[in-house]
Design a protein around this ligand. Structure first.
Ligand SMILES: Cc1cc2nc3c(=O)[nH]c(=O)nc-3n(C[C@H](O)[C@H](O)[C@H](O)COP(=O)(O)OP(=O)(O)OC[C@H]3O[C@@H](n4cnc5c(N)ncnc54)[C@H](O)[C@@H]3O)c2cc1C
Length: 511
């Protein structure tokens, strides 16, 4: 029986992203996907925050957007618990946005995976999993068993991989809310040309994407590109109506929330169009992201009540890909795979915190209204906006790599560099899945150490304002070592050697 190095269960965004990471790192993954064709079901409308920069660092931002220019974070505001975050207060907003329907993202990832030569077997539903010391055997409906050295469950919220591995999925289910969404157009006289939102009697201008909370629920209007605007309400303690969702049901819900009838027109043109009622929401994190030779990533590992799930899931894939590849190539330090769970748990826990805080702040009640007024006052402070923007963008995630420079364990900053080959962005030098030593020091003072360590080195000068003078980047572009000295001293050089050996140990045959 063929033994595959890595089998990924699930060909959604997380599974495909992981497959591409592995392939670029020199491993041939096999993707098993239950569905015969990719689903067209509308789900996420895009991703935001740090993941946009991470996609850029893999050369995927351009593929996903069709743009040849780097991502910019130029939105004037973002939302936190149906309150505006005034991003114009910040020197640099971390809230990069990449609006793209999830189905299109999967299409782009599939094209890219196919270009890379990755095998995706559709109509392959995994129903059984048994692991031993040497590998994992998978049962696939109507097909022969498969054997793999490692298996990654990227099979979504109801992950069979997670269940078959005996991993619990603890968390919170809130069943008081009913969310109703539809793609629908609104008559032009309701549109506010200044903001692109709606002018609604009694409420003034309702800005696009920014939910409005009233005593009975929330309302939002999101004119996303590529399809009719998405109109949404969320209400508490409403009886569940029988039958499928209708536009009239949404109209009635809008009336209850806003006290106004907004004339909605059903969309024409090619779908699929959203017309959806969802009861309740879940925020859950698997109690382990690893069980022996089985790993979980994306929704299989965590789900959050208020969006952002894809943002975390895609970065799970970037974290796990190079580690599994190093293990397969025999170059990984012994505990490398064990670092996946604690590192990604930090990111998941931050998103849980964000989801729970936001759920509490949009809940009904006079006391919550009072709390919102206080939080609203705090939102006039730049430092508060920065903290919340960092939380929801995932920028405040810092992995624990032990003591060291404060930048160690953080996502490398975006840098413009003057290199011998010309001016480049750091993000253009990280498309390959490999470690990188960045030497911006006076007289390239790390050249001797770089040669000793055998790590690919970029010698350059910073063309942007930065204190960073040197850094060791892991393949996921997190900083394993950093310096802000023009000429790092012996202690810093020793720390660099230690960090390089910790993450990329020298092969036994190298001196
Ligand atoms: C209505 C809705 C709106 C959303 N909006 C947002 C948003 O705005 N922002 C955001 O970040 N997230 C959003 N999400 C969440 C987002 O869609 C998920 O985070 C994302 O789909 C997770 O990707 P994934 O690859 O981990 O899992 P999935 O997309 O669920 O992919 C899992 C894949 O595994 C396959 N599979 C399942 N079981 C098996 C099996 N046994 N064998 C083989 N294959 C299997 C499935 O067919 C599927 O293709 C939304 C979700 C919904 C439902």
């Amino acid at each position: 029986m063929t033994v595959h190095d890595v089998v990924i269960v699930g060909g959604g965004p997380t599974g495909l992203m992981l497959a591409c990471e592995l392939k670029r790192a020199g491993v041939d993954p096999l993707v098993l996907e239950a569905l015969p064709e990719p689903t067209r079901e509308p789900k996420a409308n895009g991703v935001f925050g740090q993941v946009v920069r991470a996609l850029d660092r893999r050369g995927l931002y351009g593929r996903l957007t069709g743009s040849t220019t780097p991502p910019v974070a130029n939105s004037a505001y973002f939302m936190f618990a149906a309150m505006p975050l005034d991003l114009s207060l910040l020197d640099q907003s971390p809230l990069y946005a990449l609006p793209i329907p999830q189905a299109r993202m999967v299409e782009v990832f599939t094209e890219y995976a196919t270009e890379l030569g990755i095998e995706i077997r559709r109509d392959h539903e995994v129903t059984g999993l048994a692991q031993d010391e040497d590998g994992v055997t998978l049962t696939v409906v109507g097909r022969p068993d498969l054997r793999a050295r490692y298996v990654v469950g990227a099979d979504g919220a109801h992950s069979v991989t997670r269940k078959l591995s005996g991993i619990d999925f603890p968390g919170i289910t809130r069943d008081r809310t009913t969310s109703r969404s539809a793609h629908a157009t609104v008559a032009p006289e309701w549109l506010d040309p200044g903001t692109g939102g709606l002018t609604v009697p009694g409420h003034g201008v309702i800005r696009p994407f920014l939910p409005l909370r009233t005593a009975t629920g929330t309302f939002s209007y999101a004119p996303l590109p590529g399809h009719p605007p998405l109109v949404n309400t969320s209400e508490w303690d409403q009886p569940e109506p029988p039958g499928p969702m209708t536009l009239d049901e949404l109209r009635a819900s809008i009336h209850r929330v806003l006290g106004v009838d907004i004339p909605l027109v059903a969309p024409t043109g090619p779908g699929p169009h959203v017309l959806r009622r969802l009861r309740g929401s879940n925020t859950r994190v698997a109690d382990r992201f690893r069980c022996g030779r089985v790993f979980l990533a994306g929704d299989a590992a965590h789900i959050f009540a208020l969006g952002g799930a894809l943002t975390v899931g895609l970065q799970d894939a970037i974290n796990l890909g190079w580690k599994l590849a190093a293990e397969i190539h025999g170059t990984a330090p012994p505990d490398l795979l064990d670092t996946y769970d604690p590192e990604r748990r930090v990111a998941a826990d931050r998103m849980v915190l964000s989801a729970q805080a936001q759920s509490a702040l949009v809940a009904p009640g006079e006391d919550i209204t009072g709390l919102r007024a206080v939080v609203g006052e705090l939102l006039a402070e730049k430092s508060v906006v920065q903290r919340l923007a960092d939380l929801i963008s995932g920028t405040d995630v810092r992995y624990d790599f032990g003591p060291g420079h404060p930048l160690v364990g953080t996502f490398a900053p975006d840098l413009d560099l003057r290199t011998p080959a010309g001016r480049m962005r750091l993000a253009e030098l990280t498309h390959e899945t490999r470690p990188l030593l960045l030497d911006l020091t006076e007289g390239s003072s790390l050249a001797d150490l770089a040669a000793e360590l055998g790590i690919e080195t970029i010698t350059a000068q910073a063309a942007t304002d930065t204190d960073l003078t040197a850094a060791l980047l892991r393949p996921d572009t997190y900083l394993a070592w950093a310096s802000t000295s023009q000429i790092p001293d012996d202690k810093e050089r020793a720390a660099l050697r230690t960090a390089a050996h910790r993450w990329f140990p020298p092969r036994p045959d190298t001196p």
